[in-house]
Write a protein that binds this ligand. Structure first.
Ligand SMILES: Nc1nc2c(ncn2[C@@H]2O[C@H](COP(=O)(O)OP(=O)(O)OP(=O)(O)O)[C@@H](O)[C@H]2O)c(=O)[nH]1
Ligand SMILES: [Mg+2]
Length: 183
């Protein structure tokens, strides 16, 4: 499959180092996405601190809302081969301007929860990510499964067979969560 631009390059890097870092506001769906991609096990709970997984780094959304934590995000981004910058399509999001440009790995924007978003929401989410300096975007829903196959392909298409677990066709990663958890 042809892979274009920065995220295409990122895909092959991810295949080599297989370390994907998720960044984004609290409740955006970062941990759920990692679980849907087969990168995290167990029940999704609010992420309270940086979590180092075998092939991923999960971050708490608060790190993006408190400027003194920006450095921690930037420093940890060195360990990643690809950063997924995740925002909730259904929620108005303000992001620090051009913050993605400070990160030390290629960034792919993920507009999450598309199952709960209108076309206007999607346009707002796209504008928010672009303002944060994220150019390459994908739309996904961990609930309906929309976009997950495409994302999986972009992340792992050059990995050796079997190195990345396939995401389940049954949406997973749901359950009681910090915000009530009902989908
Ligand atoms: N409708 C819908 N809800 C989702 C989707 N993905 C996640 N959620 C819900 O969104 C809530 C927050 O998800 P998390 O994965 O914990 O969000 P997070 O970005 O990791 O949040 P922090 O750990 O606080 O930074 C949970 O209740 C999830 O079930 C989705 O694709 N669609
Ligand atoms: Mg989380």
């Amino acid at each position: 499959m042809k892979q274009d631009g920065e995220a295409g390059r990122a895909g092959s890097l991810a295949a080599e180092k297989r370390c994907i870092m998720v960044v984004g506001p609290s409740g955006a769906g970062k941990s759920t996405l990692l679980k849907s991609l087969g990168l995290m096990d167990g029940q999704v709970k609010k992420t309270e601190a940086l979590v180092y997984l075998d092939r991923a780094i999960d971050t708490p959304g608060e790190m993006l809302s408190v400027p003194r934590y920006y450095n921690a995000i930037i420093l940890n981004s060195v360990r990643a081969s690809l950063i997924l910058f995740v925002i909730d399509a259904g929620r108005r999001t303000r992001l620090p301007a051009r913050i993605a440009l400070a990160l030390k790995a290629p960034v792919l924007g993920v507009i999450a929860k598309t199952d709960a978003a209108s076309p206007a929401d999607l346009a707002d989410a796209e504008a928010a990510l672009k303002g944060a300096g994220v150019e390459d975007l994908v739309r996904v829903s961990a609930k309906s499964g929309e976009g997950l196959e495409e994302l999986q392909r972009r992340l792992f298409s050059r990995s050796r067979p079997g190195t990345a677990r396939r995401y389940s066709r049954q949406p997973r990663g749901f359950g009681p969560a910090h915000n009530g958890g009902e989908l």
